[in-house]
Design a binder for this molecule. Structure first.
Ligand code: PGA
Length: 259
């Protein structure tokens, strides 16, 4: 199985730390059979992109993009800026963007369309809150988020898009976080639903192969267990991605997934 290990550096670090991390990760995963995506702050694009030149396993990503090509949108990053630094992925709809910036399903849909139009792979983040989980609404919420986000979207290749399931209560830094990943039974339920939904939405050929990632408190100690869940093809890592050794160890365990 082709796997993906995604780092989300959020709003952490400085030039020295970004360069150090990117260099160590790029060297550290040379013998590891997984593709790696580094979602860096936009301020790190220049430094990180230089370090990724000439290699084919580590990709640069934005943490968010604006749905328009350019314009008077203070504080935002456009797709062409990301592409200018050879970026090829972007997160869309991370729960921190949804919560802090009130991003709606409609807006996320336009960001996904913008990414696809410019051949940037959106990693579309979805996930339920703790209350929704307690009220047995997980699948309903994920279904709604997917319906909104993927409205009127057509893709012809499974590589065009990836989905990341990140329950808000499992993200280590979220308010009210339980600071733990879901049980494997909980993950099996969600990922079976996601796989079925993707096949229904995009057909067998494409839907079967769309990468389905898990994110929320991923660390070296729990990656192997998470990766035993059928239909999980990789992870999205926040806190533990800021330490090169931890992240490389996670990538190695992701790569070891049995098909
Ligand atoms: P975490 O963050 O790994 O620190 O829980 C994951 C995320 O927010 O993408």
């Amino acid at each position: 199985m082709e796997t993906l290990t995604v780092a989300n550096w959020k709003m952490y670090g400085n030039r020295n730390e970004w360069r150090d991390l990117a260099e160590k990760v790029t060297t550290g995963i040379l013998d590891i059979n997984t593709h790696v995506v580094l979602s860096t702050p936009s301020a790190a694009f220049a430094d990180v992109s230089v370090l990724l030149e000439g290699q084919s396993k580590v990709f640069l990503a934005a943490q968010d993009i604006h749905p328009n090509d350019e314009g008077a949108h203070t504080g935002n990053t456009s797709i062409s800026m990301l592409k200018d630094f050879s970026g090829s992925f972007t997160l869309v709809g991370h729960s921190e963007r949804r919560a802090e910036h009130g991003e709606t399903g409609e807006l996320l849909n336009s960001k996904i369309k913008q990414a696809l139009k410019h051949e940037i792979c959106p990693i579309f983040c979805i996930g339920e809150s703790l209350d929704e989980r307690k009220n047995n609404k997980t699948i309903q919420i994920l279904d709604e988020q997917l319906e909104f986000g993927l409205n009127n979207i057509d893709i012809s290749s499974a590589e065009a898009i990836a989905i990341a399931y990140e329950p808000v209560w499992a993200i280590s830094s979220s308010v009210g976080s339980l600071g733990r990943e879901p049980s494997n039974e909980e993950l099996e339920d969600v990922f079976t639903f996601l796989k079925t939904k993707m096949v229904k939405r995009f057909g067998n050929e494409v839907g079967e192969k769309i990468k389905l990632l898990y994110g929320g408190s991923v660390k070296p100690a729990n990656t192997q267990k998470i990766m035993t869940v059928k239909n999980i093809s990789g992870v999205l890592v926040g806190g533990a991605s800021l330490n090169a050794n931890s992240f490389i160890e996670i990538a190695a365990q992701v790569a070891a997934k049995k098909a």
